[in-house]
Design a protein around this ligand. Structure first.
Ligand code: HEM
Ligand SMILES: *[C@@H]1O[C@H](CO)[C@@H](O)[C@H](O)[C@H]1NC(C)=O
Ligand SMILES: *[C@@H]1O[C@H](CO)[C@@H](O)[C@H](O)[C@H]1NC(C)=O
Length: 358
């Protein structure tokens, strides 16, 4: 009896080892250079290379990366209550229709650049948009390594207008839209907005193109969550009609939607929880981005090609208050926990520089 169960255990252990080996076995790609766990992913390596060289200026976390991440959102969130659309590439396939929608102002530039690369490769627009978002984000120090699933068919229709949130929408409207589009919780909406850590606006206030949402638009850090919580000199109530409210930092722009989400009782504590918690922000963003990237698709029919996404550089600097500011400048909104203790950047008060190339 005892011998028999020992034997059973040994057999179990052997079969587990075999299963693990099968899961991690890699095949050599036809290019003779790369290996992949799934051969279908091999075709992506030259596309990633082309993107890095010819879309992202050799692997930078700059304007085209920011725009590509925004394009991920605008393509995917355009899914109606009844389904149809989603992350299907329709913003490129039907570029002349969708990039004329008000919420999509400015996306034509990156949509057309991406279309030029798509034409050179065997990949659908829907897959390319998500791949570019994940590869581009990996160029930003501090970012999580996002997942990428392959297999979105070509879109057959343009998404209707009115599905992409605008910065002048109320928190009620924004949360309802995310819930309708993909069952996103308020916490997941906050997580997705970590994207605004590597972002700038060209069209919210066209007089100041390239104005970032935080002081470090080239780094996927938590400064965005610190800086949106600072008292704005003109907050609340002075938004221009395009959803711009003033940040206390010169050279920085704040969206009314970000200001409101940082202060609403449904989202304020989650917002504050990302301050100086890089790993929490990374994990929550990665999970919510996977969900966003799959909207309108059936994950079980797709191939996990996350292995083609480069590993981002780590970022370990603690979050800080910008020079001249302190806890006294925080507009405390979370009533459950105090704002984290942060040090203040040394030196004189400086202005945030615009993102080049905007
Ligand atoms: C409440 C929801 C959101 C609203 C109202 C919103 C609104 C905006 C606006 C108005 C801009 C500036 C566009 C311009 O003037 O050039 C912007 C930029 C951006 N957004 Fe959002 N956004 C939201 C959510 C998201 C999400 C979920 C993502 C990605 C996951 C995202 C990624 C970005 C990025 C990366 C940029 C920077 C683009 C650039 O620098 O060129 N946004 N967003
Ligand atoms: C293009 O990609 C699809 C799916 O990824 C594949 O089935 C097909 O064989 C590819 N075509 C060529 C010409 O490589
Ligand atoms: C960061 O977030 C994680 C996950 O929610 C939590 O367990 C941890 O305590 C947080 N760390 C700090 C320093 O707040």
């Amino acid at each position: 009896m005892a011998f028999k169960s020992l034997f059973a255990l040994a057999t179990l252990a052997t079969s587990m080892t075999l299963t693990n080996a099968a899961l991690t076995r890699r095949v050599a790609c036809p290019d003779g250079k790369n290996t992949a766990t799934n051969e279908a992913c091999c075709a992506l390596f030259p596309i990633v290379e082309d993107m890095q060289q010819n879309l992202f200026d050799g692997g930078e976390c700059g304007e085209e990366v920011h725009e590509s991440l925004r394009l991920v959102f605008h393509d995917a969130i355009s899914i109606g209550a009844a389904g149809g659309g989603g992350a299907d590439g329709s913003i490129i396939t039907f570029v002349d229709t969708e990039t004329n929608y008000h919420a999509n102002l400015g996306t034509d530039d990156i949509a057309n650049k991406q279309a030029g690369l798509i034409a050179k490769h065997n990949i659908t627009a829907g897959d390319f948009i998500q791949l570019a978002g994940a590869v581009g984000t990996s160029n930003c120090p501090g970012a999580p390594r996002l997942d990428f699933f392959l297999g979105r068919p070509t879109a057959t229709a343009a998404a209707p207008d009115g599905l992409v949130p605008e910065p002048f929408d109320s928190v009620d409207k924004i949360l309802a839209r995310f819930a309708e589009a993909g069952g996103f919780s308020p916490a997941e909406v906050v997580a997705l907005l970590a994207s605004h850590s590597i972002a700038a606006a060209d069209h919210v206030d066209p007089t100041i193109p390239g104005t970032p949402f935080d002081s470090t638009p080239g780094t996927f850090d938590t400064q965005f969550f610190v800086e949106t919580q600072l008292k704005g000199t003109l907050f609340p109530g002075t938004a221009n009609n395009q959803g711009e409210v003033q940040s206390p930092l010169a050279g920085e722009i704040r969206l009314q939607s970000d200001a409101d989400l940082a202060r609403d009782s449904r989202t304020a504590c989650e917002w504050q929880s990302f301050v100086n918690n890089q790993s929490k922000m990374q994990n929550a963003f990665k999970a919510a981005m996977l969900k966003l990237s799959l909207l309108g698709n059936d994950q079980s029919t797709m191939v996990d090609c996350s292995e083609v996404i480069p590993v981002p550089a780590t970022f370990t600097k603690a979050a800080t208050f910008p020079a001249g500011l302190s806890i006294n400048d925080v507009d405390q909104a979370c009533t459950e926990t105090p704002f984290p203790t942060l040090s203040t950047d040394p030196g004189p008060v400086t202005s945030v520089a615009p993102v080049p190339g905007s």
